[in-house]
Design a protein around this ligand. Structure first.
Ligand code: HEC
Length: 111
């Protein structure tokens, strides 16, 4: 009997891990690549946002990414989702799901 119980416990664990992974990564692709995200923000976001630590000034009232990362409500998955829609005052950058996930992963490193 204890063997069976172990097995059930194992299955429960694995399926909850899978559920978590599916929730965090809505589409596909195993990696959320913060390095790629940094490249993307330096291309797309740097003109308005403070995107990292070595940039002193941004040109607009857009919130610095470090501020966004430190927000207690910060959630990388939500941020990635938010970025799929252009925000007001921002050009529509047509980012893919992978790109928004990478950007969110990068911003998460600024905490
Ligand atoms: C043309 C200027 C501009 C560019 C480019 C831009 N943003 Fe923004 N962004 C803003 C402004 C301005 C705000 C402040 C919110 C507002 O007034 O709409 C903002 C707000 C945000 C917010 C916070 C939203 C909130 O309410 O917490 C996030 C996250 C964000 N931008 C991410 C990005 C990312 C990631 C990129 C690059 C892929 C980017 N932005 C590029 C101007 C820009």
């Amino acid at each position: 009997m204890p063997r069976q119980l172990l097995w059930i416990g194992y299955c429960t664990l694995v399926s909850s891990l899978l559920a978590t992974a599916c929730f965090a990564i809505p589409d596909h692709g195993p990696t959320r690549d913060a390095d790629h995200g940094r490249v993307l923000v330096n291309r797309w976001c740097v003109s308005c946002h403070l995107v990292g630590t070595d940039q002193k000034q941004a040109t607009t009232d857009a919130p610095p990414f470090a501020t966004i990362a430190k927000n207690p409500d910060f959630d990388a998955a939500k941020l990635a989702f938010f970025l799929l829609e252009p925000h007001p005052k921002m050009p529509d950058m047509q980012l893919s799901r992978d790109e928004t996930s990478d950007i969110a992963a990068y911003i998460a490193t600024l905490k």
